[in-house]
Write a protein that binds this ligand. Structure first.
Ligand code: SF4
Length: 247
């Protein structure tokens, strides 16, 4: 697979992004590796800026509080990548992960919350969304990919997992709805840009779903999410939508 390369400036500093990109018609999720690398470079700069200001990132291996109850919103394209990733796992790992997903989905359905996330109401107020977010958090749905307090899909983790870095004491993350958690501001917002960019390509309204619903959501929307695009034509525009969201 050929390597694509992009030079750009992030927060005033030069950055280089390199990753494999298919040279044939491909699904949108096959372009995610390049966009994750773009996000990684932006996160590097955001962390460097934070540290230069005298603050320290609290997140470290072994601390997995944010993987233990947060909704972890993923875009539909990322959901399809996760569905494919789980399908590609060797046994018995695949069955273990699927069973964890089934357990979380069942608990979410029992709590009456699954439909809200699967069929997002367009007129949902910020207040209602927050109330539902708190209800979700109280369920304590541990991410199915978490093993021994470490991410089992680190290289493939969604944008939101990469971007959620805090400088406040780690123990405050146990209840981010109540505690004053300080999240590092990020220069790019790839998930939001991805929703806006992919909507006309996929021809369906795009909204995030909690990671625990990713497999079910991607299976329901499988045909749409498997749409093939021409990477050479699509990737530059997708990058533009991320680095220049207001243009
Ligand atoms: S994908 Fe990885 S980083 Fe993201 S919530 Fe799950 S275990 Fe945590």
């Amino acid at each position: 697979m050929p390597i694509a390369r992009l030079s750009l400036r992030v927060l005033g500093e030069p950055a280089v992004v390199e990753a494999d990109v298919p040279d044939r018609p491909a699904r949108l999720d096959e372009l995610l590796p390049f966009l994750r690398e773009l996000d990684n470079r932006a996160i590097d700069r955001a962390v460097a800026r934070t540290e230069a200001a005298g603050e320290k990132v609290s997140c470290q291996r072994g601390c997995s509080t944010c993987c233990r109850a947060q909704p972890v919103p993923v875009t539909p394209v990322e959901a399809n990548a996760l569905r494919r990733l789980v399908e590609s796992l060797p046994e018995p790992r695949r069955t273990v992960i699927r069973e964890r997903f089934e357990d979380r989905v069942r608990r979410l359905k029992d709590a009456g919350l699954a439909d809200h996330f699967l069929k997002r109401a367009p007129d949902l107020t910020a207040e209602s969304a927050r109330a539902i977010g708190i209800q979700y958090f109280r369920l304590g749905l541990v991410c199915p990919f978490l093993d021994d307090d470490a991410c089992g899909i680190y290289a493939d983790r969604p944008f939101v997992c990469r971007q959620y870095l805090v400088t406040s004491p780690a123990e405050l993350c146990a209840d981010p709805f109540t505690n004053p958690v300080s999240v590092i501001p990020m220069p790019l917002a790839p998930a939001g840009a991805t929703l806006r960019f992919t909507e006309p390509i996929l021809g369906e309204p795009q909204h995030t779903v909690p990671l625990v619903l990713a497999l079910e959501f991607a299976e329901t929307h499988r045909e749409t999410l498997e749409t093939l695009v021409e990477p050479k034509a699509i990737l530059p525009k997708w990058i533009d939508a991320i680095v220049r969201p207001d243009s």
